[in-house]
Design a protein around this ligand. Structure first.
Ligand code: ZN
Ligand code: ZN
Ligand code: FE
Length: 743
């Protein structure tokens, strides 16, 4: 039989071995790049039981997706044994993602009598690095960066004993034979002493972990956190935290049992939790926000950084702003020499860089902001069989994907491709995935945007290129995510994307499925400044909207005194066909609202305005909203005139938090209103929601409830992020639809 799914590097073969031996069967089991192959022979009844019982009590990380029976004549084996792995063949295989340290290993790590006591690279078949150390398939030690470490006798014995927890644990190691940690200064000289001593003293450490480096400092040491901000030149973008244990998390955040389960899951994502506002925590960890991004240690290297007095660390990705994660020691010393005081490094190479995943809890499970470590390269099963395709993704928050059969495999996160270092990492990522998935795409799919680097990349692949409009891809990505195969309505609220008419889109309503879909509504277009400065200068966006509403300069200036020297230019810009462009972006509308409400006039990171607006709205109560109207020209248009209410409230001295709340409710009610009109014309029972704006929990929570009351089924993302990290999945679905599956 052939078994596919997450069945390699997760203790599946010993599981097979135990089942077979218990039933007195003979034969073998082997790992191939096409999954696990099993040959059993014996009494017919025993063979039947083997097949039916194989999927029960699987090891915790194993997951069977497919079992195929291939009847054979008995060979006459005398034992049941585990074959060495076969060289790769042409069938796809699921390489396991990296897994957080398990409880058994943690116990051994803390047990002075254990031979791995205090050993930071402890792992077993249920935990440890996987994707981040794999060079090639099949997933065997020689194909990982553990190949250079020769197992000592004891480790080898465990590795070969089917009854042992470390049986074929590919990164198996101990202090005698495995990787070693070193603490060094900026010059690379060995430093004696415990890294914790330096953290307690307020030093900043660069820490090499699983998928990259982190910068770590004591989150309760305000001076250290400020120092890190200054050295990293990172003004207000929030820092992720790592807590010693769940009790510590509870001291700083509200934590429900479901959130607790997510935090301790093998994937160990960064979870966004509501802050308790504990005054001990440095206010510079997440300025202006009420949530904290927090994770638990996921390798023993991390556990070695905590003790009684160190309970909460800043653990932020160690990269220069906008650059990819640092991989090698050379890069670390080069890039971080002015940032880190000390470097905690090791000699196990990181092959595939992979960021920490970021999630929030929604409807009982993770809702992705960033899908990376712990999840990648798990595939997504979709409702139909697909041609082999490569989808390049978008240019921001880039994630690419490949399709194969009924699977789409999205990559980790590559950041902004405008940066040549990211583009380079992306290029290598594409090669790696193509190789390990053994897929020869018949076409490349890319965004319609003529200036996207991802589009240029797709065009250079020498394959036919299929171009898909940005929001159409978002729409399809949410369909695929929910395995929907019927016609539905879709709401895509996003930053900016290139529209079919060459203008900026970003609040779009669709009706249809993969094969046929139509843009049936949008935000009423307004003019937004051309050029990239609009992402940062939110006050300018706010002023431009008010000018379009016919507001007097005097009133605008009383809202934005900082624009005193600029307003006449903005006015000219608004009238110019070149300096401003038509836009239906909801991201820019949120930016404008954040500025007009007096919450954020200038953003220092992407999404700062909307994030702070949401945080403010969460602090306020009330159900009031501004009047909202739907218009109709060639399609339904949600009018954005309600921002006038934001400005009036602000001039009247209303608390910005209350304004923020009213704005959110208004926008949500506007969407509701649009859907009421649309459903009269388009017979849909379900509504999908995609686009970066739906990272906003207030909106998502509100719409989830309201739609049910309207008799519609709201469908949100479940397996990929609503933001551009999910784009490639939708690109594949639309391209596949156009190519064949709809014929
Ligand atoms: Zn373990
Ligand atoms: Zn050893
Ligand atoms: Fe987008």
């Amino acid at each position: 039989m052939r078994v596919r799914g997450t069945v390699q590097g997760v203790g599946f073969r010993p599981h097979v071995y135990r089942k077979a031996v218990a039933l007195g069967l003979k034969g073998w089991v082997i790992n191939t790049s096409g999954g696990v192959h099993i040959h059993v022979e014996g009494e017919a009844e025993a063979v039947r039981r083997f097949v039916s019982e194989l999927p029960s009590d699987l090891p915790p990380l194993a997951c069977i997706e497919e079992m195929e029976l291939l009847p054979r004549e008995p060979v006459g084996y005398e034992t049941f044994f585990i074959h060495e792995s076969l060289p790769a063949d042409d069938v796809a295989v699921t390489v396991p993602p990296d897994v957080g340290l398990c409880q058994d290993c943690l116990r051994e790590y803390r047990d002075p009598a254990d031979r791995r006591y205090g050993y930071e690279f402890i792992n077993c078949v249920n935990c440890g690095p996987r994707f981040s150390i794999i060079r090639a398939v099949p997933y065997d030690r020689e194909n990982t960066s553990m190949a250079v470490f020769t197992m000592c006798e004891e480790c080898r014995r465990e590795y070969e004993d089917p009854a042992n927890r470390r049986f074929h644990a590919e990164p198996n190691a101990c202090p005698r034979c495995g990787p070693q940690l070193r603490l060094v200064d900026r010059e690379g000289n060995e430093v004696t002493g415990d890294p914790r001593h330096y953290l307690r003293a307020g030093k900043i450490l660069a820490v090499k972990g699983i998928g990259g480096y982190h910068l770590a400092c004591d989150a309760l040491n305000w001076q250290a956190v400020r120092e890190l901000r200054e050295r990293k030149r990172r003004e207000t973008k929030p820092f992720a935290l790592m807590a010693r244990d769940l009790d510590t998390v509870r001291k700083y955040c509200h934590l429900s049992p479901e959130e607790e389960r997510l935090l301790t899951a093998p994937e160990r994502p960064i979870l966004l939790l509501r802050s308790r506002g504990n005054p001990a925590l440095s206010p510079e960890v997440a300025p202006g926000l009420n949530s904290l991004g927090i994770m638990l240690p996921y390798t023993a290297i991390h556990f070695s950084l905590f003790d009684e007095s160190l309970e909460l660390l800043v653990m932020t990705s160690a990269n220069l702003s906008g650059d990819p994660l640092i991989l090698t020691e050379e890069e670390a010393f080069q890039d971080l020499r002015d940032i880190a005081d000390l470097f905690l490094v090791h000699n196990r190479e990181i092959v595939n860089r992979v960021d920490d995943s970021v999630v929030t809890l929604f409807q009982g499970k993770e809702y992705f902001i960033r899908r990376a470590r712990g999840y990648v390269p798990r595939g997504l099963k979709v409702s139909r069989s697909l041609p082999p395709l490569f989808a390049a993704g978008g240019d921001l928050k880039n994630v690419f994907a490949f399709s194969k059969g009924q699977w789409i495999v999205p990559s980790q996160h590559f950041g902004d491709l405008e940066n040549p270092r990211n583009l380079d990492a992306y290029r290598r990522g594409v090669e790696f995935f193509r190789h390990f998935l053994k897929v020869e795409p018949v076409a490349a799919v890319a965004d319609l945007h003529p200036l996207y680097f991802s589009t240029a990349f797709a065009e250079e692949m020498g394959l036919p290129v299929v171009k898909v409009q940005h929001h159409q891809a978002h729409f399809a990505s949410c369909l695929a995510d929910n395995e929907i195969d019927e016609k539905v309505l879709g709401v895509v609220c996003d930053g900016t994307g290139y529209g079919e008419d060459g203008t900026v889109w970003g609040c779009e309503f669709f009706y249809g499925d993969y094969c046929e879909n139509e843009r049936v509504g949008s935000l009423l277009p307004y003019r937004q400044p051309a050029g990239d400065d609009v992402q940062k200068n939110l006050a300018q966006m706010g002023a431009m909207l008010l000018l379009q509403l016919g507001w007097e300069e005097r009133d605008i200036l009383s809202l934005f005194p900082e624009l005193a020297g600029e307003l006449s230019i903005i006015k000219a810009q608004t009238r110019s066909e070149k300096l401003s462009i038509p836009s239906s972006s909801s991201g820019r509308l949120f930016d404008a609202a954040a500025a007009i409400a007096g919450i954020c006039g200038r953003a220092t990171y992407e999404g700062e305005g909307p994030m702070r607006l949401e945080a403010a709205a969460e602090r306020a109560g009330g159900q009031e909203s501004y009047p909202v109207r739907v218009e109709k020209d060639d399609m339904y248009r949600l009018s954005w005139r309600f921002v006038e209410g934001v400005a009036r409230d602000r001039l009247a001295g209303v608390d910005p938090a209350i304004i923020a709340r009213r704005f959110h409710l208004t926008f949500a009610r506007g969407i509701e209103e649009m859907l009421l009109y649309l459903r009269q014309e388009y017979p849909a029972r379900k509504v999908v929601f995609s686009g970066g704006v739906f990272q906003n929990r207030l909106l998502v929570g509100y719409l989830a409830e309201r739609l049910l009351e309207l008799g519609l089924t709201p469908c949100f993302h479940r397996r990929v992020p609503p933001n551009d990290g999910g784009l490639a999945v939708g690109q594949i679905m639309i391209a596949a639809g156009r190519m064949e599956t709809c014929a």
